[in-house]
Write a protein that binds this ligand. Structure first.
Ligand SMILES: [Zn+2]
Ligand SMILES: [Zn+2]
Length: 380
């Protein structure tokens, strides 16, 4: 790889030229990393709902042409000036949010919301100079979430790149860079269910199932899965979900159904759909005296959370979390280790695999709601 250091790399990338239109594999130029940046060779990437949401560009500010992708695994090709934490050959996961290690949030043990590198879905350029590192015959192509992993090579800020165990298989642990850590961390870092406790998980997509997996790892004795789609119930059993509630099957609010099933409420609940009514149910279904509800799903911009304050006075706790409260560089290597020591099972999240040339199939699977994660292999 040393032959490419300091040079523009010509490689393949899947470019989104227009909202909702299939990606096109193009020959792109990837500029060398500038100060505090690293250039990565991406080996595997997977598709997450956030990519699809911004590719569809319904509602948000559209930014095209753009290279999407933020769940991935790769190897450092070269590093820019001032980078001391990473060197060529390191195995890494790029992360859609960052950790500068300097700001008040990074210095706080309680926060992972870095001032400098916190997720910014509107930014399509690098922080240092406001320019893109991608181009096609001189035309700049925008970045996405500072990661843009649907490319054989990409450039990221060093604060958005996590160095991991080189023995970890990148075709598996790439899924740890977003969805799995978000759900798992919400459960193990924020909800913290005691051993033997009863837990409810709202939404049984990849993030909700990762939360269930966290409850299973924590030793919860009952894990109640709540979803409007009953076809998800059978598959959720693999993630430790023991009981299912479909709100459509009941006349009364789902929080009342759950309270009846659990003699007053669950000990912990985690909400992963972003639907505000589900958020309210997830809060009101926890037991008074000790119950904790954690919100993970991103709500509609106009949503308002309403509950009677007595629900809080009766010693229920409501919390929210971002990226499972994990600090990308400090904490994510330990999630990879959980996989390496067989505590966390990531294989069961991986339901499809396609070569890079067929990346649009991964979008089709997700749009049809088929499976959980599709791994896209860059080396065909
Ligand atoms: Zn994601
Ligand atoms: Zn910071």
């Amino acid at each position: 790889m040393s032959g490419t250091v300091g040079q523009v790399i010509h490689c393949k990338a899947a470019v989104a030229w227009e909202a909702g239109k299939p990606l096109v594999i193009e020959q792109v130029e990837v500029a060398p990393p500038q100060a505090m940046e690293v250039r990565l060779k991406i080996l595997y990437t997977s598709l997450c709902h956030t990519d699809v949401y911004f590719w569809e560009a319904k509602g948000q500010h559209p930014l095209f042409p753009r290279i999407y992708g933020h769940e991935a695994g790769g190897i450092v090709e070269s590093v820019g000036e001032g980078v001391t934490d990473l060197k060529p050959g390191d195995h890494v996961l790029p992360i859609f949010t960052g950790e500068c290690k300097e700001c008040a949030h990074c210095k706080s043990e309680e926060s992972n919301m870095c001032d400098l590198l916190r997720i910014n879905t509107d930014r399509g350029v690098m922080l240092s100079d406001g320019k893109s590192r991608f181009s096609i015959k001189g035309q700049p192509i925008y970045h996405f979430l500072g990661t843009s992993t649907f490319s054989e090579y990409t450039v990221a800020h060093v604060g958005c790149v996590t160095k991991i165990n080189p023995l970890a298989p990148l075709d598996k642990v790439c899924v740890i860079s977003c969805g799995i850590s978000t759900g798992l961390g919400a459960m193990v870092n924020v909800a913290k269910p005691p051993k033997g406790s009863t837990v409810a998980v709202f939404g049984l997509g990849a993030v909700g199932l990762a939360a269930a997996e966290g409850a299973r790892i924590a030793g919860a004795s009952r894990i109640i899965g709540v979803d409007l789609n009953p076809s998800r119930f059978e598959g959720a059993k693999k993630f430790g979900v023991t009981e299912f509630v479909n709100p459509k099957d009941h006349k009364k609010p789902v929080q009342e159904v759950i309270a009846e099933m659990t003699n007053g409420g669950v000990d912990r609940s985690v909400e992963c759909t972003g639907n505000v009514d589900a958020m309210i149910s997830a809060f009101e279904c926890v037991h008074d005296g000790w119950g904790v509800a954690v919100l993970v799903g991103v709500p509609h911009k106009d949503a308002v959370f309403k509950t009677h304050p007595i629900n809080l006075l009766n010693e229920r706790t409501l919390k929210g979390t971002f990226f499972g409260n994990y600090k990308p560089r400090s904490d994510i290597p330990s999630v990879v280790e959980k996989y390496m020591n067989k505590e966390l099972e990531v294989e069961k999240f991986i339901t499809h695999q396609v070569p890079f040339s067929e990346i649009n199939k991964a979008f089709d699977y997700m749009l049809r709601g088929e499976g959980l994660r599709c791994i896209i292999s860059m080396e065909e």
